[in-house]
Design a binder for this molecule. Structure first.
Ligand SMILES: NC(=O)c1ccc[n+]([C@@H]2O[C@H](COP(=O)([O-])OP(=O)(O)OC[C@H]3O[C@@H](n4cnc5c(N)ncnc54)[C@H](O)[C@@H]3O)[C@@H](O)[C@H]2O)c1
Ligand SMILES: O=C(O)[C@H](O)COP(=O)(O)O
Length: 524
């Protein structure tokens, strides 16, 4: 059973995939509601209202996934979530059309003074001369940020007979040509546009991208729209340019602080506003809620999510192919962490055979999650594995090799410390399962599972008997036993599996046997 906290107003109908899941319990409350036990919540669903801060995440130690029913994730501390190993997903295209239509409606309203005229008629006035508008036809529309929403606006603007200038550093010439828009610089847009609309995410780079310096370059009478995020157009600078009459009109759906309260821009008649309604249509809300609810369910069913902000996307097909190697990679990492007795500064992974055809980067992260398991407080998974290694000064290297040691596939990991290096090799055999086939210089073959004991000893007659005697005296059943050696009479190893872990006393009795060099329990 997993608990999901739905902290913002999310379409109930869209939550159907979760409401329909007998393993899910949905709690619809604010994060600061005293009735909510944050510590047991595994999934958090939000829109833009809830601020998902590092402090909030600290109160949610079991949180695995944050789902944003919408596009912008600027209300979520994504780096902090990543550090904590929490997946962040969004619904990138569910509200595109709604937001594009809202922006267009705002643009038409602004040009034809519709909100002002509407209020005037409602106040029993009839001022036809006061509300003479301007056509969209033939005007230059500048779009900053030509992603999903920007592109939909461009299509609509062209139908209205507008010329579209766009600025987006990631827009290719081919795509601009296909959309029939002129791709240009921000400066050109500022200088040539009659109307400018912004559709970028709010990032350190886009914050204030339209500020006083930019406004200075615009045409007198320019109209500006922000239906993306408050702050992309600097509100204080904009207020100055509305006050001095340079800017002819403004349409805002979003504000730096929401609600904006007593905002300097609100007093101007040529500034029209809506309360962050871009995505507020029945269709968009149903789309985004269904998308994230389905993704959360998929995640808890153990399948890959498609719209993660902090995890590379992987298809279900590839995910299924990778699963067996995922497990063995994790086990190799975990064996290493339990066997290496000094600080590790380098982990090098070599993939060979059929596994090289898969997403090995994903497996490297799985190996790291196994390596850090039990070593540090943070839950390390594919989201934060590389970051955790980097923070701890561990270099991670990945290689592809043609040497698979006679196996169909082989994953070999070497952990290097100041003094020693320790190598573990594993393979996955169809219809047989995962096997560890090499341990610190010795060929061996054991199942990486359960309570294991790795013993280094001298290859002498009777050693296996002596070990068996100690265990038998303590009524300990040996489930499986594998041995490996390099040469007769030299160093050798054995790996035993038990139904339960051995006690300190039993381990110490084994360690005191003459032929034993070292013993090392491994719990997987
Ligand atoms: N008002 C609303 O209710 C509402 C609804 C949906 C989305 N939004 C906002 O709109 C934004 C855009 O949504 P989208 O779905 O089109 O996202 P998107 O990712 O498809 O498009 C964003 C575009 O901005 C471009 N970009 C990034 N940095 C830039 C820069 N410095 N200069 C110019 N372009 C830059 C990117 O290359 C990308 O093409 C979202 O981030 C969200 O904040 C608001
Ligand atoms: O980024 C978004 O998707 C929009 O700003 C919508 O935000 P909302 O879900 O709070 O309406």
């Amino acid at each position: 059973m997993y608990q999901i906290l739905v902290a913002d107003a999310i379409s109930e109908e869209g939550l159907y995939p979760l409401l329909n899941d007998t393993n899910a319990e949905i709690i619809q409350k604010k994060t600061d509601d005293p009735e909510v036990d944050l510590s047991t919540i595994k999934a958090l669903l939000v829109r833009s209202a809830t601020k998902v801060t590092d402090e909030l995440m600290a109160e949610m130690p079991n949180l695995k996934i944050i789902a944003r029913a919408g596009v912008g994730v600027d209300n979520i501390d994504v780096p902090a979530a990543t550090k904590r190993g929490i997946i962040v997903i969004n619904a990138p295209d569910g509200n595109t059309i709604s937001t594009a239509e809202h922006t267009f409606a705002m643009m038409a309203s602004l040009m034809r003074n519709i909100p002002q005229a509407h209020s005037s008629v409602k106040n029993l006035e009839w001022k036809r001369n006061q509300y003479v508008g301007t056509e969209l036809f033939g005007k230059n529309l500048g779009i900053v940020g030509m992603g999903r929403i920007g592109s939909e606006i461009a299509k609509r603007a062209k139908v209205f007979g507008m010329s579209v200038l766009v600025f987006d550093p990631f827009l290719t010439k081919e795509r601009a040509a296909k959309l029939g828009v002129e791709s240009t610089t921000l400066d050109e847009i500022l200088q040539r546009s009659d109307i400018i609309t912004v559709h970028t995410p709010l990032t350190p780079e886009t914050k204030g991208i339209i500020n006083e310096e930019a406004l200075k370059k615009t045409k007198k009478g320019v109209r500006l729209l922000n239906c993306a995020r408050g702050g992309i157009i600097d509100e204080q600078d904009l207020a100055k340019y509305v006050a001095n009459g340079h800017v002819g009109g403004v349409a805002l759906d979003v504000f730096e602080t929401e609600p904006p309260g007593e905002h300097p821009l609100l007093k101007y008649d040529n500034v029209i506003v809506t309360p962050h309604l871009g995505a507020s249509t029945k269709e968009a809300q149903l789309n985004v809620a269904t998308q994230v609810a389905q993704e959360v369910r998929t995640y808890f069913e153990g399948n890959p999510v498609s719209n993660s902000i902090n995890l590379p996307a992987i298809s279900k097909d590839i995910y299924e192919k990778i699963q067996p190697f995922y497990q063995i990679s994790k086990q190799i990492g975990n064996i290493l962490t339990q066997c290496v007795k000094e600080g590790v500064h380098e982990l090098s992974i070599t993939y060979s055979g059929s596994v090289t055809e898969l997403e090995t980067a994903y497996l490297t992260k799985a190996m790291l999650s196994g390596f850090f398991k039990g070593r540090i407080d943070v839950n390390v998974n594919e989201v934060n594995a590389l970051l955790t290694a980097k923070e701890r000064g561990i270099t991670v290297g990945e290689k592809i090799s043609t040497e698979a040691f006679g196996y169909d596939n082989c994953i070999s990991v070497t952990a290097k410390g100041e003094e020693n290096a320790f190598t573990v090799r594993g393979t996955f055999i169809d219809h047989y399962g995962p096997r560890i086939v090499y341990l610190n210089g010795f060929n061996i073959d054991f199942l990486p599972e359960g309570n294991l004991l790795y013993i280094q000893h001298m290859d002498r007659p009777g050693v296996i008997g002596h070990v068996g005697q100690v265990l038998g005296d303590h009524h300990i059943n040996i489930a499986t036993m594998q041995v490996g050696r390099k040469q007769a009479g030299g160093e050798a190893i054995m790996v035993l599996a038990f139904d339960k872990p051995l006690s300190e006393n039993e381990l110490s009795l084994l360690n005191n046997l003459d032929e034993i060099v070292s013993i090392n329990p491994i719990i997987l």
